[in-house]
Design a protein around this ligand. Structure first.
Ligand SMILES: Nc1ncnc2c1ncn2[C@@H]1O[C@H](COP(=O)(O)OP(=O)(O)OP(=O)(O)O)[C@@H](O)[C@H]1O
Length: 299
């Protein structure tokens, strides 16, 4: 699989603050990556560095396996890292004509990209008459004009209403389904979960996890158990090969984390055979949100 972008120990310091701390990950062609982290975790600074608008303090990045210099490589990148900026009293179409001139792109691309972002019917309308969501969609259209190899978006749904958010996410999914590589920064877990195939979780500029979104949640789950024979239950769990460890909650609930797949009915039978009668038994898996919160809290 072709590597679009490699980051190696990429670091940015602003005085004594390390905004991005030795970040290393790869972007492979055809995947949709989310850089996920709370506000101030270094997402925009990271995008700024790979787009040559922020100078790294140390480390390196390489576009397209180093086949060309960064200046040339960035001609194959479509990026929106600021709020959309177009001439308000010009139509969407005329604004895009200007971008075509700057990028050296044929006007024939305008209808193609406006169709992708569902703005074709409104192309003659002034930019000033557009809603925030339409402005953001026009920005995506503009970034797609030169048919880039990768689309980079910083918080693409910030400030939009639920309908606007939905429209942007659908457009991103549609573009991705056609094979476009996408890198987006977001502080919204559900956005990354809905749109991305891969995620890089960062906090205080440091990488906490990178890999497929599915694997972030790839645990075997846990049992919640309660019994009047609590001490016997605890000793039983301590020696059980399928149980990695257990935690005790205030309300006598015991959470037994699984080290391997295991069925609730089996543990119920084993407890019963040992004379441990369970008054509560539930098998659960942590949601992605719980995993994410745990990951970011532990640091
Ligand atoms: N030009 C700058 N000078 C000094 N500090 C900066 C500068 N730019 C960013 N920072 C700091 O670097 C840290 C990371 O900021 P960054 O904007 O990259 O985070 P972010 O994850 O994109 O957050 P947000 O979603 O809020 O933009 C923050 O503490 C921020 O205050």
């Amino acid at each position: 699989m072709k590597t679009i972008l490699k980051l190696r120990e990429l670091t940015k310091k602003f005085g004594s603050l390390t905004a991005v701390d030795a970040l290393t990950f790869n972007i492979q062609k055809g995947n949709v990556y989310g850089i996920l982290g709370p506000n101030g975790s270094g997402k925009s600074t990271t995008l700024g560095m790979v787009l040559n608008v922020v100078n790294p303090s140390s480390g390196s990045f390489e576009w397209f396996d180093g086949e060309m210099n960064t200046h040339e490589a960035l001609k194959k990148v479509g990026a929106i890292i600021e709020s959309p900026n177009f001439y308000p009293s010009m139509s969407a179409e005329d604004n895009l004509k200007l971008v075509c001139k700057i990028k050296g792109v044929e006007y024939s691309r305008i209808d193609v990209v406006l169709e992708i972002v569902n703005l074709h019917d409104r192309k003659k309308d002034h930019f000033s008459s557009y809603s925030l969501g339409m402005k953001q969609r026009l920005a995506i259209a503009s970034a797609l004009l030169n048919d880039p190899e990768i689309l980079i978006l910083d918080e693409p749904t910030n400030g939009l209403d639920p309908q606007g958010i939905h429209q942007i996410r659908e457009i991103i999914k549609r573009i991705a389904a056609e094979g476009m590589t996408i890198l987006l920064a977001s502080h919204l877990l559900d956005e990354v979960e809905k749109v991305c195939s891969h995620v890089v979780v960062i906090r205080n500029g440091k990488k906490l996890y990178s890999g497929p979104v599915d694997e972030l949640n790839a645990t075997h789950g846990f049992f919640e158990l309660k019994s009047e024979h609590k001490d016997e239950l605890k000793s039983f769990l301590e020696t059980h090969s399928a149980i990695e460890r257990y935690d005790e909650a205030d309300n006598d609930l015991i959470k037994a984390i699984l080290a391997q797949p295991y069925e609730a009915k089996l543990i119920n039978k084993e407890c019963f055979e040992k004379g441990i009668l369970l008054t509560h038994l539930v098998k659960r898996k942590e949601t992605l949100e719980e995993q994410f919160l745990k990951l970011t809290k532990n640091q």
